[in-house]
Design a protein. Structure first.
Length: 176
């Protein structure tokens, strides 16, 4: 089975398994696909299902806009978990907790990539100043790990954060 067909079958399986929330129905097809794929990746990270995780992150890596969406979700989660703001110690704790939680089932987890995701979500990452900036596929492989870790702290589901991220992105695009 070719990669595109395999991915489509995987997304269909995820769509059948996960109900689409009403708040995503108004989104364009590509945004809905990102929402479904991100949901699958985060759910797989939460349950430590490597096979589903790999399929989902391949889908995320295939659409560069998924990074924008997941970056917004990470920022919203950081704001929710640190309402008074983050300092260096907070960032270090989030980084360590995420990497330690992922390492037993994702031995390829890279702390540098998680740090780049955190810095990017906070708006302080400049890829031009990074000697080894991660590629989009590496970011896609690590973002759901960070989202799952932050969701565990909030105790809330992903849907609300995804909806808020899409709303924020839409608002920003309308004003640009």
């Amino acid at each position: 089975m070719d990669a595109a067909r395999s991915f489509a079958v995987g997304v269909r399986r995820v769509c059948d398994a996960l109900p689409m929330t009403g708040t995503w129905r108004h989104l364009p097809a590509t945004a809905r696909a990102i929402a479904v794929t991100a949901t699958a990746a985060v759910a797989a990270a939460q349950t430590r299902d490597g096979e589903v995780y790999d399929e989902a992150v391949d889908g995320l890596a295939a659409d560069e806009r998924s990074g924008l969406v997941l970056g917004a979700v990470v920022r919203l989660l950081l704001e929710a978990t640190h309402p008074d703001g983050l300092d260096g110690d907070d960032v270090r704790q989030v980084l360590e907790r995420c990497v330690r939680a992922a390492a037993p089932w994702r031995p390829d987890v890279d702390p540098h990539v998680v740090l780049v995701l955190l810095a990017g979500a906070l708006g302080v990452y400049d890829p031009g100043e990074d000697d080894s900036p991660p590629d989009p596929a590496a970011l896609a492989r690590h973002a759901p790990l960070l989202v799952a870790d932050l969701l565990a702290v909030t105790g809330r589901p992903l849907d609300g954060y995804l909806s808020a991220a899409f709303t924020e992105i839409e608002r920003t695009e309308r004003h640009d």
